[in-house]
Design a protein. Structure first.
Length: 126
């Protein structure tokens, strides 16, 4: 059984913040963030969600058995550890972690990312 989001020390908000036809001000939301590891679902597009993350520190190792995960860096640098290698993303770079691949994200400095994933994904892995 997968751990619940609440059992991890991250501020993870799965509510959909914006409906269709609403302007999304990602920068204002990121700038107001006071958390070291924050994840907010911005909107839903068909069967996927777009989430914004503000990261500093590291996430735990995990995988998603049924879901791919896309990361796109807006500010800072994101490290994605995979078994056997580490990917470093700078602003305006993206990367897909395929379903079933064990990974961990890290940020040595405050980093803002967008993520696109299946609406039913469990962010902490399964």
């Amino acid at each position: 059984m997968a751990d619940s989001v609440a059992s991890y020390p991250y501020e993870t908000r799965l509510n959909i913040l914006h409906q269709p036809l609403e302007v999304i001000d990602e920068k204002a939301l990121a700038d107001s963030c006071q958390f070291k590891w924050f994840n907010q679902t911005l909107c839903q597009v068909n069967g996927s969600v777009v989430r914004m993350g503000v990261f500093e520190g590291e996430y735990h190792w995990h995988k998603h058995e049924e879901d791919d995960e896309f990361f796109y860096v807006l500010e800072g640098r994101l490290l994605i550890d995979l078994e056997g290698r580490t990917i470093e993303l700078a602003p305006r770079q993206g990367f897909v972690v395929p379903k079933g691949v064990r990974h961990r994200t890290r940020a040595g400095e405050r980093t803002v990312v967008l993520m696109v994933e299946n609406a039913g994904i469990i962010p902490t892995g399964n």
